[in-house]
Ligand binder design. Structure first.
Ligand code: SF4
Ligand code: SF4
Length: 289
């Protein structure tokens, strides 16, 4: 078991500490439930201690009187500027689950120009389903809807709908066409997760899209020393994500490519240690010798 696997397992447990609720089919509604978690973890998951940032954003934009989601936007910005997509690689329970499924044996699909295009399209889906459709429905019908949670999110279906429906007969009886659609979509996503690396993170996740926009500026995360990089492309080649180079918007800072870089240009950026990037260390060492 590598270090990242252990951190991911611990983070999944910290996101969902109320395990007994899976048996009773109840949702924890205590004081921590108002806090946005860093990873994509459905509010309706019986074990969840906090709220999913995307679900919270949508809930502010839904109903008869949408409000500006200042708290949620602030929380997402704070987490994005601190960790960027390091959260995806190390802390997100849904990302962890996808990696577990990808470990199952069988034929695997690699990256291609199509997967790279799909990874760019997640910014379109995210804007459309998380912001535009909720507000459009509100403008047209007077009631905003959480379109991403309601029609797309497989994390919500797997972590929320599946355990709640299994434990609650009344909910099962009330399930309709949207539930059938979400379950069919979940089956497609689960199949994709077995054959390709983290497909939801790469092609659909709005939280990953938001964090990715701040990846190069975040305090923590993978970075490349431009003076050492020779643009050989090895980091992108060994990476499971649709990266063009380590540390870009698609990079989840897993660190797997570090050992493959021929010039040791890749490093973990940390606050207060920017002055000690590999190049500068080398120069310091040279001047000392
Ligand atoms: S493997 Fe290293 S040298 Fe090659 S492109 Fe990536 S960062 Fe640059
Ligand atoms: S570029 Fe490197 S650190 Fe980033 S996701 Fe790919 S393998 Fe991990």
């Amino acid at each position: 078991m590598d270090k990242r696997f252990g951190v991911q397992a611990l983070a999944a447990l910290l996101h969902n500490p109320h395990l007994a609720n899976f048996l009773s089919g109840r949702i924890y509604r205590g004081p921590t439930k108002v806090i946005c978690t860093p990873g994509l973890n459905c509010y309706s998951c019986p074990g969840a201690a906090g709220a999913c940032p995307i679900g919270s954003l949508q809930s502010f934009l839904s109903g008869v009187s949408p409000r500006f989601p200042a708290y949620v936007v602030g929380a997402i910005l704070l987490m994005a500027l601190t960790f960027g997509r390091f959260i995806c690689g190390w802390l997100c329970p849904f990302g962890f689950m996808q990696e577990l499924l990808y470990r199952l044996p069988g034929a695997k699909l690699g990256k291609s120009s199509l997967t790279k295009r799909l990874s760019q399209l997640k910014y379109v889906w995210s804007l459309l389903f998380v912001l535009v459709l909720p507000l459009l429905f509100w403008g047209v019908t007077g009631i905003g809807i959480p379109a991403f949670c309601k029609f797309i999110c497989p994390a919500g279906t797997l972590e929320g709908a599946v355990p709640l429906l299994l434990a609650n007969e009344t909910l099962r009886a009330a399930a309709g066409a949207i539930t059938v659609w979400k379950f069919a979509l979940l089956v497609v996503f689960l199949a994709l997760m077995v054959v390709t690396y983290r497909p939801f993170c790469r092609w659909f996740c709005p939280l990953g899209a938001a964090y990715g926009c701040f990846n190069r500026k975040a305090l923590f995360g993978i970075a490349v020393d431009p003076q050492l990089c020779i643009h050989c492309g090895r980091c992108a080649k060994v990476c499971g994500m649709d990266t063009a180079i380590a540390g870009d918007r698609e990079c989840i800072s897993c660190g797997d490519c570090l050992k493959y870089c021929p010039t040791k240009a890749i490093y973990f950026r940390q606050p207060f240690t920017k002055a000690f990037s590999p190049k500068k260390c080398t120069e310091t060492e040279k001047s000392e010798n």
